[in-house]
Structures are given as C-alpha cells and as structure tokens.
Design a protein around this ligand. Structure first.
Ligand SMILES: NC(=O)c1ccc[n+]([C@@H]2O[C@H](COP(=O)([O-])OP(=O)(O)OC[C@H]3O[C@@H](n4cnc5c(N)ncnc54)[C@H](O)[C@@H]3O)[C@@H](O)[C@H]2O)c1
Ligand SMILES: [Zn+2]
Length: 368
C-alpha cells in the first residue's frame, strides 16, 4: 500500500494505491468526511466487474449509493450522457457536499469529473481509475474533457478529486493490448523527465507486464510524480510547461484519427514518439544510441514502432494542421534532447515532419 498527497495547488488529493482497495472504498469515503450518500458513475464493464465490491463496501460503511451505468466507449464522453446524469442528480436532489465517484477508465474519469465540476458549480469528486491509462494520466491533473462532433475533448473543465483510490488488481482484467497501450504513457513519462525511470522499466519489463504487485505500485507512484511535476506551476495549461506531456501526441493524435481508431491511443503515441525521436535525431539533438534505446524499449513492451500499413502522409499532415493553427502557425513539437530531457522546438522544417511521418510505414532504424 502506498499513500501520499498531491500538492495543494493541484487540489491536494490523497492518493491511495492499494491492492484490493475497492473493497475498502466505504471506509476511505468516510475518512474523507463523507457519510450519507455517494453517486457512483461506472461503465457497463467496470460496473459488472467492480460495482458489487464498491456497493458492498459503501453499505458496510453506512453510505447509500446511487449508481449510474453508462455504455463503454468514447461515445459516453458527451453532453448527452452528462445530461442523463444531471437528470438523475436533480431527481435525487443531490447536494453540493455529496461526492461523485468515478469507477472506470479514462472515459468514465473524464465524464464523472466533468459532471462533478459542473453540478451545482462543483461537487466533490472521488476517482477510482480502473485502467492504467486512467490511473497514471486521466485521474491526475484536474482536466476533464467531453467530446464534441467537431473534435475530441473540446468541452471541459478543471476539477480536482479529493481522493484518488487506485486498486491495481483491477488491471488484471484489462485486455493485454490495453495494458501495453497504457504503458506507452509510462514510457513517455520516463523519456521526457526521468532517464533512471526508463532504466527501471527496461529492467522490470517482465514484472510490469506480469502485474507484479510491488512493481506496479512503484510504477504508478513514479508516473504520478512525473505528471505532477509538469502540471504544478501550470495548473490551467496556460504557461506551457504541460506541453511536454504531449510528447508523441501531435503525430500520434493525427494517426489515431486517420486510422479511425483502429489503433489504441497509447499505440498511436508510441508511433508519435518514434516520429519525434527521428526529428530529434535529424536536428542533431538525440544521439543514435539514445534513438536506438527508445525503439528498443517500445519493442520490448510490444508497442508498435511501425504503422500497421501504408499511411497517407498528406492526410496525416492535414490533421496536424489544427494543432498548428492553435499555435499561431508554428510547427511546434516536443522533442528529446536526451533520454529524460524534453524540449519544445518551434519551426521544425516541414520536410522533416513529412519525412518522420512517411518513415513510419517502414521498420525504423536509428541514424539513417
Ligand atoms: N483528462 C485527462 O487528463 C486525460 C488524460 C489521458 C486520457 N484521457 C482520456 O481517457 C480516455 C482513454 O482512457 P482508457 O484507455 O482508460 O479508455 P476507456 O475508459 O474507454 O477504457 C477502455 C475499455 O476498457 C474497459 N475497462 C476499463 N477498466 C477495465 C478493467 N479494469 N478491466 C476490464 N476492462 C476495463 C472500459 O470499459 C472500456 O471498454 C480517453 O477518452 C482520453 O481522452 C483523459
Ligand atoms: Zn496520451
């Protein structure tokens, strides 16, 4: 079991990482001072797997639970689904001191976070992330986004949880591909901020993929601390320090959309990191040896370093134009100076961007 508090400026939540922790959520809610009622938001999958443990624990602690179950998938990150939840809250005459509990992956974390941010202008939020992606990313940092037909995460708010309860045994039921995709973000964190964390992951690949308890607890805590480091001082994403968390995401997001979500987000981030590493090497920043190391670690975790088929480079570049527009027309990329040190580079030459994307259709090799 590990427990620590986030810095006050990003909400000060207590983070508790505990195998089997969902069976004690009632006690943990009581410890936060919640007693009467809690509003649980889950998707069909997470409710089926973990809903009864949460319900039992809350009942034992004398907390009565109202439950909303939404369909799994990105479609639930919508104003329409939020509206259904608002209706349930209104019907229950939900008060602003009664908590909303998110039980699920990043979709439920974002949806419940947005509803908690907006119901009565802010009700307490408790986050119980059940996917690795949600535990090391969505549940930390206070962003909660909904999708609009015009794009992903266009609607949103900043709202911090009071408690983040991570039960790593939940990850045992994640499809292996989803687990590996979540690990792409963990590798990203190491690449941009902590070389020794990359070494640690390289050395413990088998324990990580085997979900060894102490290893996963350490992995979670190290990832959360790295994310905090970027969020602190830029809590509302206005200063620019959070931008380094986007390493691999500019090209990654474009590929994700271009392939119609055939690849998981983390798999696209892996490809985006391969493209960014190539740019970094060509601009004389990243050594061939470090480039090689980045490719090796992705392969070790069986993340893609090559696109599943030929990519339409022009279409992908066009999808990246939106990012360019919001950055006043500059080709801004997060690149690597070294493993563990990211830099923001303005004006990466267009032909290098094109080259880095078109190379993703071939097996990459550093230094050529
Ligand atoms: N707000 C943020 O800062 C932030 C950061 C990163 C990602 N996100 C968002 O997170 C979402 C992606 O998160 P995700 O990958 O967790 O997707 P997800 O929530 O859609 O979960 C993926 C699938 O796994 C299932 N699932 C979740 N936990 C499970 C478990 N323990 N066992 C079995 N199945 C389980 C879900 O029901 C779903 O079908 C995206 O919408 C993304 O925008 C938000
Ligand atoms: Zn991501």
């Amino acid at each position: 079991m590990r427990q620590f508090c986030l810095p006050r400026e990003i909400g000060g939540a207590r983070v508790r990482i505990e195998a089997g922790g969902l069976h004690h959520i009632g006690t943990e809610l009581a410890r936060e001072g919640f007693s009467g009622r809690a509003f649980l938001v889950a998707d069909e999958n997470t409710h089926r797997r973990f809903g009864s443990a949460v319900a039992q624990s809350c009942a034992d602690a004398g907390i009565s639970l109202l439950t909303a179950v939404v369909p799994p998938g990105e479609g639930s990150k919508s104003l329409a689904t939020s509206s259904i939840l608002y209706d349930q809250l209104a019907q229950a005459n939900w008060h602003r001191d009664e908590p909303i509990v998110a039980l699920g992956g990043g979709v439920v974390t974002d949806l419940a976070g947005f509803v908690a941010a907006t119901w009565l202008r802010g009700t307490p939020l408790v986050s119980c992330p059940t996917s690795l992606q949600a535990a090391i990313d969505a549940a930390i940092g206070g962003k909660c986004g909904l999708n609009h037909p015009a794009g992903k995460n266009l609607i949103g708010a900043f709202h911090h949880p009071t408690l983040v309860l991570i039960d790593p045994t939940c990850f045992e039921s994640l499809p292996e591909r989803a687990l590996r995709a979540g690990l792409a973000e963990s590798i990203k964190h190491a690449l941009i901020a902590d070389e020794s964390f990359l070494t640690w992951q390289e050395q413990r690949c088998d324990e990580i993929l085997g979900l060894d308890g102490p290893t996963i607890e350490e992995l979670l805590e190290r990832n959360i601390h790295i994310k905090i480091g970027f969020v602190q001082g830029d809590t509302r994403d206005t200063i620019g320090s959070r931008i380094k968390l986007n390493f691999g995401h500019t090209v990654g997001h474009a590929i994700e959309t271009h392939l119609g979500f055939e690849l998981l987000h983390g798999e696209c981030v892996a490809l985006g990191m391969v493209a960014a590493a190539w740019m970094s090497t060509r601009l004389g920043m990243l050594s061939d040896a470090s480039h090689h190391r980045l490719l090796s670690v992705l392969r070790r975790f069986e993340l893609p370093t090559k696109a599943p088929g030929p990519l339409e480079v022009d279409a992908i570049l066009a999808l990246m134009e939106y990012d360019k527009k919001v950055q006043a027309g500059r080709r801004r990329f997060v690149l690597l100076e070294e493993i563990g040190r990211a830099v923001v580079h303005d004006n990466v030459p267009d032909d290098l961007v094109r080259d880095s994307v078109s190379r993703l259709s071939r097996e990459p090799a550093p230094g050529r």
